[in-house]
Design a protein around this ligand. Structure first.
Ligand code: AMP
Length: 436
């Protein structure tokens, strides 16, 4: 039997409705903040992710799905190495949304010199070659936003406020949400800070795991969220970024917090919060639902150097991404369903095969009027058609028998009360509409 790839899911019925619901909530909210939707390709040149996400990150080093055509793969296997590949032949599936959006922003000059900020949102599948487990998939879905061209701390605050409102509209109570924020400094103050953390790790190297020693070389800040508890314990004594911010970053961070306070958003400052991707500068944030225990349900931050890394003019940026599958798990844990019911419909039933043609015409009539309509396609008995109607969540049945056809009318049956009334065909659409 054919099987889906491990760590991937089929989205259908209630689960699909939940994903669509999440997108609807996102669209309503994000567009009220002036964000327009964007979709970038699922495949990009590897360089886009390497520059954007950072060479030293797990995502780039271990988790990117690379893409080769069959013909290219054959050549590669023959050559035994991919060193002969041209840049445009090195492709990968997007592991996150920001790098692609920033690449598009550079390519289409979304933020010309002196232009207004460009605000974009997306709802897309992401691909990471991770070891599959609960809440950690190899193909998962995110909604996210990116705002380019706005250095003002008010934009950081607005993004966080909008994110928290998003969770609320999805059904979380504010007290169930745990928001952590931090400032990671910028190109001016972070290099020296990084160096001091590297030194701290070297000073404690006999207490740290192999991975952390490797991280000390390439990305020492990652040791703050090492999977090894002992390492995290040791890292509690490491220098904190918030004690090492330059004046500009400290002022920016203070202003973000002031705006959040003003908006009544509760948060915890976590000076050890470093997000997994290299591109963040200044504000970073992450949200989890402690009682759900599914890990982060979203996060983001500012990335003022990223547009330049992707070959554009210096342009500040900030964004966040929210994982659909984690949200579904977390909502389930707090007893909320995003699935909703299959929308109600009207079911067209006929008492015998003689009325089949009339049923066909009536079904078309209702659908042309934009009414969700189901009918029998299996020659079932009337009783069995009523059962089918219930399965389709039909609120009304339009019943056609010889009398109805002769009178150019239909019997309208309420599926809850079982009340029935005959309606002339030319009034059917209107009467169905009133009662749906
Ligand atoms: P990140 O881009 O790693 O900051 O992820 C943003 C959000 O996407 C996380 O908070 C999760 O909700 C979700 N996410 C990240 N990786 C995965 C994954 N492998 N499977 C499911 N959801 C994920």
């Amino acid at each position: 039997m054919a099987q889906r790839v491990q760590g991937t899911e089929d989205l259908y019925d209630g689960y699909m409705r939940a994903w669509q619901h999440m997108q609807d909530v996102a669209r309503d909210l994000f567009e009220s903040y002036g964000f327009n939707m964007i979709e970038t390709p699922a495949i990009e040149q590897v360089g886009t992710f390497v520059h954007g996400i950072g060479e030293s990150t797990d995502v780039v080093r271990k988790e990117m799905f690379r893409v080769f055509s069959g013909a290219l793969m054959e050549r590669l296997l023959e050559a035994g190495s991919e060193s002969g590949l041209k840049t445009k032949q090195r492709l990968a599936m997007r592991p996150e949304g920001t790098a692609g959006v920033v690449r598009a922003a550079v390519e289409h000059n979304f933020v010309p010199q002196g232009g207004a900020p460009k605000k974009l949102w997306y709802a897309e599948a992401m691909f990471r070659g991770e070891r599959p487990q609960k809440g950690r998939l190899r193909q998962f879905h995110q909604v996210g936003v990116e705002c380019l061209g706005a250095p003002d701390p008010a934009m950081d605050a607005e993004c966080i406020i909008m994110l928290m409102e998003f969770y609320k509209r999805l059904g979380f109570k504010p007290e169930q949400l745990h928001l952590c924020i931090n400032s990671m400094g910028d190109a001016k103050c972070r290099p020296a800070y990084r160096e001091s953390v590297r030194q701290y790790i070297y000073d404690h190297k006999d207490q740290m795991c192999e991975d952390c020693l490797e991280r000390a070389e390439i990305n020492p800040l990652r040791s703050f969220d090492c999977k090894n508890e002992h390492c995290r314990e040791v890292m509690k004594g490491a220098p904190l970024v918030t004690d090492n911010l330059c004046d500009d970053c400290a002022v920016h961070y203070a202003q973000v917090k002031k705006y959040l306070d003003e908006a009544g958003i509760s948060y915890e400052e976590d000076p050890t919060l470093v997000r997994g991707l290299d591109y963040y500068t200044r504000t970073v944030f992450e949200v989890d639902v402690p009682q759900a225990g599914v890990g982060a349900i979203g996060g983001g931050g500012r990335y003022d150097g990223l547009v330049e890394l992707e070959g554009g003019k210096p342009t500040p940026g900030i964004g966040f991404a929210v994982g659909f599958e984690r949200i579904a798990l977390a909502l389930q844990a707090v007893g909320v369903s995003m699935e909703g019911e299959e929308p109600g419909c009207v079911y067209v039933a006929s008492t015998s095969a003689d009325e089949r043609d009339a049923a066909f015409r009536t079904t078309l009539l209702l659908r042309q009027a934009g009414i969700r309509t189901e009918a029998d396609y299996q020659g079932r008995s009337l009783k069995s058609q009523f059962k089918q109607a219930d399965k389709h969540n039909a609120r009304l049945c339009v019943v056609l028998g010889p009398d109805e056809v002769a009178a150019n009318a239909a019997t309208l049956r309420d599926m809850n009360t079982h009340e029935q009334a005959q309606v002339p065909m030319d009034q059917l659409v209107e009467r169905v509409r009133e009662r749906l």
